[in-house]
Design a binder for this molecule. Sequence first.
Ligand code: AMP
Ligand code: ZN
Length: 513
Amino acid sequence: MLARVTGHQLRLFNSLGRRIENFAPSADVVGLYSCGPTVYSYQHLGNMRPYVFADTLRRALRWKGIPARQVVNITDVGHAVADSDTGEDKLEVAAAKERRSVEEIAEFYTQDWLQALAALNVQPADVYPRASAYVDQMIEFAKVLEDKGCTYQLPSGLYFDTSKSPGYGTLAMMDIAGQREGTRVEIVEGRKHKSDFALWRAEEPGARRVMRWNSPWGWGAPGWHLECSVMSMTLLGDHFDIHTGGIDHRELHHVNEIAQSEAYLEDGRPWVPYWLHNEFILLDAQKIAKSAGHTLRLADLVEMGYHPMAYRLFLLGGHYRSQLDFTTAAMDAAQVTLRRLAIRVAPLRPLPQVETLAAARSLLGVPVDATGAAVGRDASARAAADDNTAIAYVDAIDAAIAGDLATPKLLATLQDALRDPNVTPDGLKVVVAAADALLGLRLSELKPAEVDQRRTADDLAPEEREEIERLIAERTQARMEKNWPRADEIRAELDALGVQVTDTPTGPTWQLR
Ligand code: AMP
Ligand code: ZN
């Protein structure tokens, strides 16, 4: 008799309600919006966690055969210093400090961030919208809120009246009356409630912003919260399934996104049903905040001799909802573990192509029905009886990821499988490929030598050096001509050669990864 064996139900911790829930997609393609970086400086190590976490979520959806479309925004305007409603824009402050244009600043730090994502093997999002390209839609959105009577105008801009939002603050689980008066410290002349926030930040009299747009509320710039509502709805539709971000966003940014979006839609439905947040990475038991001057970033780790995948492994070694202490001892341990993994996996290569539970099961001879659920093994299953062990490991991998993305459990399962004498080599290949489809540690190709030995430029043949220098010169030229597609293409070529380019005020420098 064929026993129907379905995979484990995907369960995720929803910040909305603070409980683990079954994930049920509401559409054929899951819409996933992840709050992205404000590109006014380098992204530090902590800042990279939200994207590795969202990448894990995407890999989990793929594993379950659930198609997803991911949007990650790039905030190149609208984020005022100190996350406040008034005052200067972070980008403008950085541009003045570095004596570069805001466009140059945004482009430079965006490219640096994209490079770090690639080094961390984060799969590219479907769209990376720039906030500055959506200002017209933001103005239209704010006009609708104004027509609905949810706003009021002050000399400093157009404000959202949070008393018009009945469920205001539910995500943050705050006492509504208390928080409406209590949480915000910034004093804004005329603001009705401290929780009210700017949809439009008007130019102060006599001050002219660098990034400015005309609007019914005067020249100025959009509010930070408005951006994410507008870009997500424009690119994913009015309602979509999942919104992610760092835990700090749960208290303010996402609270305000929900308030304005639900006021805009007014359809009685929650705007987005699932809200997922990653906890912080701590450095010296403090938030690694850019403002605190700790800007330790991935490139620094590489400089110190760590492999980017070791940082990914360090991140995955903790559950995304746990705070994680960053220490060099923890990085050393991650690097050793990564190297051991690479050594142990090397003889198993080439690994099979496995991205889904269905594929893993089918390779192990478990017949799969049209929905991807296994329906038991029949006599024609080509797997050896020994592969029952491998099937059990794939099941454990599925259980780990389905249980709120438990990457530490997944890693432990992988280690157990690699040590288990009962699993056949063919079965083990499938288990390793399955685990890495979710972990993304590049186990199918990572060379042990790569992990602890860095090739330096001195090891290169003269013609190799010449080729690299030629490509870099060509890229500099393309950038001067603002030919970004060509510049990106050359960067990809350099990437493939293992060359990491860093743009400095005195021109590009490079090193081997
Ligand atoms: P920002 O570029 O400052 O807007 O931040 C980018 C993302 O990183 C946001 O989702 C933040 O919540 C998140 N974030 C900032 N600091 C940390 C940290 N130390 N650990 C984890 N996530 C962080
Ligand atoms: Zn956002």
